[in-house]
Design a protein around this ligand. Sequence first.
Ligand SMILES: Nc1ncnc2c1ncn2[C@@H]1O[C@H](COP(=O)(O)OP(=O)(O)O)[C@@H](O)[C@H]1O
Ligand SMILES: [Mg+2]
Length: 276
Amino acid sequence: MTAILTAEGLTYNYETSSGFVEALKGIDLSVFKGEHVAVIGSNGSGKSTLLKHFNALLVPKQGIVRVKGLDTHKNSNIARIRQICGMVFQNPDNQIVATTVEEDVAFGPENLALPSTEIKKRVIEAMETTDINFLAASPPHNLSGGQKQRVAIAGVLAMGSECLLLDEPTSLLDPRGKEDTMNLIKNLHKNAGITIMHITQSMEEAALADRIIVMNSGKVIYTGKPDEVLSKVEKMKEWHLEAPAMAVLAEKIREAGVNLPSGIIHMDELVESLCS
Ligand SMILES: Nc1ncnc2c1ncn2[C@@H]1O[C@H](COP(=O)(O)OP(=O)(O)O)[C@@H](O)[C@H]1O
Ligand SMILES: [Mg+2]
């Protein structure tokens, strides 16, 4: 497996008027090409600060971050790093840069100084993949939250990014927008081989990843497969996170004396185990 994102001893502190805030305290981490990693952790645990390092929006105060081997400390690497790793944030309104959807999607590739035929091709492909062609001429600010996030993701795809960094992209969306966005993310992962690093507060969304990274107080405190991490009901409580309802229910049933296998996080698993 090839690592696309690596952090070695990554330490970061914010300087504020009242002193230093230690946001990341020596993170060692690799994300592999084609992987879908979810990052969970309570508020202020350092998730967003970590993600911004892989887009070179922040550079380590100590340690090294590399994107496809490129050190984020080197200014000459930054443009390439931002092309490899595109970032999508929580608030879709803050990401709109143009007056039509098509122009918005074209904004990134235009800055890469590509021939206009190539830009056009990429924009059309990205709008197809994200299912927003029918919105091409619409003003982005009129779209639903879910559609705006699809425009933002299309912009990243049009840059030719291999890796998508998502910082709670669904948290401000309605249920339909959340579902559409998650379907798109899964589709990009599965069918386009895009590497995904996804910060989420939703354990249902985290359950869809290949691997979960748990953060607490600026450190990675646990990493494992979703069923392994999310079924640790007591640990999740310690980490100030809420285990999925089915994991909690399975734990209660075990406590009542029924023998259930470990790692239950989905309803169908629980039903199957109870009925067999
Ligand atoms: N711009 C900033 N200035 C000062 N402190 C910050 C800034 N951004 C984040 N922090 C602090 O850094 C820590 C980690 O924040 P953050 O990475 O946003 O965590 P998370 O995304 O997990 O909620 C928190 O203590 C937060 O208050
Ligand atoms: Mg955050």
